[in-house]
Design a protein around this ligand. Sequence first.
Ligand code: 5AD
Ligand code: SF4
Length: 450
Amino acid sequence: MKDIRPIKDDSRPKVYIETYGCQMNVNDSEVILSILQDAGYALTENIGEASLILANTCSIRDNAEQRVWGRIDQFRLQKQRRPDVLVGIVGCMAERLKDKLLDSHVVDIVAGPDSYRSLPELVRNVAPDSPQMNVLLSHEETYADITPVRMDRNGVSAYISIMRGCNNVCSYCIVPYTRGVERSRDPRTIVREARELLEAGYREVNLLGQNVDSYLWKDVDGQTVGFSRLLEMVAEISPELRVRFSTSHPKDISDEVIYTMARYENICRHIHLPVQSGSNAMLEKMRRKYTREWYLERVGKIREVMPDCGLTTDIIAGFCGETQQDHLDTLSLMEEAAFDAAFMFQYSERPGTLAARKYPDDVPADVKTARLNEIIALQNRLSRESNERDLGKTFKVLVEGVSKRSPDELFGRTGSNKVCVFPSAGHRPGDYVRVEAVSCTSATLISRIV
Ligand code: 5AD
Ligand code: SF4
């Protein structure tokens, strides 16, 4: 079995890795570290001793990119102090901006999401005035044979990428352009990775894809494995290993997946189901391929089969042409769906997307901000109400670490993905404990061990 933790070796040259964006990027950084460890590097958390500095970047909204431009300016200072340092920009921003990143004269390496295997070669070939770039997208690359080197702190919960890319064409979204077409990973490599994580002490795996419901593996002999079968295969490894997944697409989440979740105690009852908007006019323009009514039907089905299932979402405020009525439709859908939590954003136009080409970004900035604030305020209330409904209930919680509130308290998550804080009582990260929720905020269930 390969090392799944960073190698400690003072004699090796050091790589420093910063990660922006989604869970998939966090896992990609672990793939990158694996490739670079094989090439002789060791990880450092101290940028000052790194000979290679990497930023694994995100393009989803303009502010995500602006943060990285700010970091590139800081990397310039490192290079002024130590001229031999190499700087690499990898991930979605590398794919989107390509050689524009080289204009900064700070960046030596540009590598897109499908070219991480070539990183050692890119590093070797860098020369003064000869930066290196690989932004080829692939139809096959899933890094299936690479064992990610885990950079999490607690050794309890790990990401496993089950697919890459995205074949949807949501009109606002840059991801299909930066991550390419959808491809699924061989399920045997997924199960093997999950089993190795269990053996290394992990107790939770989070299966990642842009749209997990369209996971589909076709074997050479014509056999196929879909997402619900994959879920079963991973759930059957051990009742001690919890299974989570994200992200589901409302147009694709099937009854089969919902029933499979209900059948296995160790598949966590939580679905992240991004709705984006409650207005049919907006959903149509966003090319989401479902309606408000369809979305609420899916929520009804989930609640019917699993009344205790956690439901979270993503919402975009101020998409092109959004009227006050469209906005009110989003608020009313939030109430009807009674989300437990949400990620909420202002629309940010991404160059090259369908929306950028077809629709003016015409909701004024102050209106976007006001609508987002209303959405956030409503979600705070919904989250608090959801937590209040859980008071007095008991939950099986997987301990993840020591609470930020107090060194004598631990935190962990319920299957429905709520964070619980409770007295340590000798428990440790990786233990399962039963707790009762006794009080709450909008973000946390304050609990006692039962
Ligand atoms: N502007 C704002 N939010 C966006 N998202 C995706 N693209 C954009 C954009 N252009 C949000 C969606 C998605 C989440 C990952 O990011 O809500 O579900
Ligand atoms: Fe992840 Fe999307 Fe950001 Fe790429 S653009 S890092 S896929 S969130």
